[in-house]
Each structure stands twice: as C-alpha cells, then as structure tokens.
Design a protein around this ligand. Structure first.
Ligand SMILES: Cc1ncc(COP(=O)(O)O)c(C=O)c1O
Length: 275
C-alpha cells in the first residue's frame, strides 16, 4: 500500500498531502516535532515522546488540539501501510496558517504524522566541535522546535570533516549536545553527561541511559571532552553510539563503559516497548 500522511485527523496519500504555504511552520519555523523509532510497526517510548511533544508545544504556546490516543492511532495508521522492520515516525505541530510576519494567526495548529524508513546506526562514528554556541538561555532552549537551521549548518560543517555529528558548547563554553543527539563522556572512570541547564534537549534516550547506568549529570568543559577516555552519543536514531574520533583525536570505540551502557539500553528495548 502507498505511504499515507496524517494531517489534522485525516489520512492522505503522500502525493496529495498538503499544508498551506502560509503555514507559520514554513514561513518562520514556528513549530515543534518528535521523532520516534518504531520496531515492526510498534513505536518505542511513545509515552515519553508524547509528553515531550506537549512540553515543547507549551514552550511555544502552541495548542495541540488532538489527544495522545489520537496521535497514537495516527502513528499506527501511517505505520500500518509500510511493512518496515525499523521505521522513523515524525509528529510535527506548527502554528498553522498565519500572516507573513512573526505574529501567529487565528488558525488552529497544523498537526502532521508521517513515517518512513530508519537506517540502523553504525556501530561507531566521528564527531567534531563546531564554533557556534548553543544558547542555553534562549527562548528555544530545551524545546524540540522546527527552527533547526542552526543544526543544518552545523551538521553540514561536520559532514565536510568526515563526521556524522557536530557538538556544540554553550555560550559559556560548557559541553552541550549534538545537532540531533545528546553526549556522554567517561572521565576518570565516571560516566557523565551535561545537565539540562546546558540547554540540551531532554533526550528520551539520554534519560533512559541515566536510568539504566550510574551516569551523572554534571557541567563539563570542552577540555573535559578533549580529555575523555570514552565518548558516546544517544538519540532515537543512534541508540547508544560509540564515538571513535573527536576532532583529530582517535578513541577506542566502544570502550567498556560505552559497551555496558549500550548493552543495558538494548536489554531495556527488548524488554519494554514503552519504558
Ligand atoms: C537537539 C537534539 N538533542 C538530542 C536529541 C536526542 O533525543 P532523543 O534521544 O529523544 O531522540 C535530539 C533528537 O532528536 C535532538 O534533536
């Protein structure tokens, strides 16, 4: 069956799925989103992702008119027509049709649910630090907003350097996160990750790793990153992914702490669909 897109309660064949060219998500990036992983048609950690979607929407003052049950049914509907072992489900909520400036219009939010294939993560990857800071005090800090152009620019820089992810520091020079992932480092035998006060996204995978390991949330400098014995990334698409190079520095990957965190996460994933 052909791919279907769910828009505001209705399913459309992908070729006929339309939103307004005046949608505030398109004109000014006024929107929030979630990306979930689905295994054999079943979304993983849906409760946590739906909770974060609501938190992000609240952060932008967007009203998501549909219930979690409707969103779960929408995910099931778009997944059911694509027999994929590993899929990515995307929920996007935008400000809806609006005037051409930053001011929002009267129309209700646009809600779109779509699914497509998810490429399994490589066992390890290379990352580089980019020169642009993450603003941990900005209005969008910690919000999974569709205003991702900074991430697009940073990721393009990383790709030029043969890396699959770019890492940001905060405005005060602390380690923050990647363009689409959280970061963990092993320092002096301790597994550490930046706290949410760094402005990083409250990653679902990050939180599950915190709950299944003895990792601690602590402010980390970029020198800590440069001195780390192990580094790994977490995200919905990467799970726990070892890092074998940070800038020019090669690292053993996976190191023992990374391997243990990855095993704990894999065990959790196998045990529970909605941990
Ligand atoms: C900026 C950013 N940080 C971290 C993450 C990781 O979050 P999660 O584990 O929920 O996928 C993402 C994922 O989309 C992200 O966009």
């Amino acid at each position: 069956m052909a791919e279907l897109i769910w828009i505001n309660g209705t399913l459309h064949p992908v070729a006929e799925a339309r939103v307004s060219v005046l949608d505030h998500g398109l004109t000014v990036g006024d929107g929030v989103f979630e990306t979930l992983k689905a295994v054999d048609g079943a979304p993983f950690a849906a409760r946590r992702h739906l909770d974060r979607l609501r938190r992000s929407a609240d952060g932008l003052g967007l009203v998501v008119a549909c219930s979690d049950d409707e969103l779960r049914a929408a995910m099931d509907a778009v997944l059911s027509v694509q027999p994929l072992h590993l899929a990515r489900v995307r929920i996007t909520v935008t400000g809806g049709p609006a005037p051409l400036g930053s001011e929002r219009g009267e129309a209700p939010a646009t809600v779109v649910v779509a699914a497509g294939p998810l490429v399994p993560p490589a066992p390890s990857t290379a990352v580089c630090v980019v020169p642009w800071p993450r603003n941990e005090r900005g209005a969008l800090a910690g919000i999974k907003s569709t205003s991702y152009a900074e991430n697009v620019v940073a990721l393009a820089r990383a790709r030029e350097q043969g890396c699959s992810e770019a890492l940001f520091a905060t405005t005060t020079g602390l380690l923050c996160e990647g363009t689409g992932s959280n970061v963990f480092i092993v320092l002096g035998g301790r597994l550490c990750t930046p706290p949410l006060s760094s402005g990083c996204l409250a990653g679902v995978t990050r939180q599950l790793v915190l709950e299944t390991t003895d990792a601690v949330e602590v402010d980390l400098s970029m020198d800590d990153l440069a001195a780390a014995d192990e580094v790994f990334l977490t995200s919905t698409g990467r799970d726990v992914q070892a890092v074998h190079r940070v800038d020019q520095r090669e690292l053993a990957a996976p190191g023992p702490v990374t391997a243990a965190a990855a095993a704990a996460f894999a065990e959790l994933t196998a045990r529970s669909l909605d941990p």
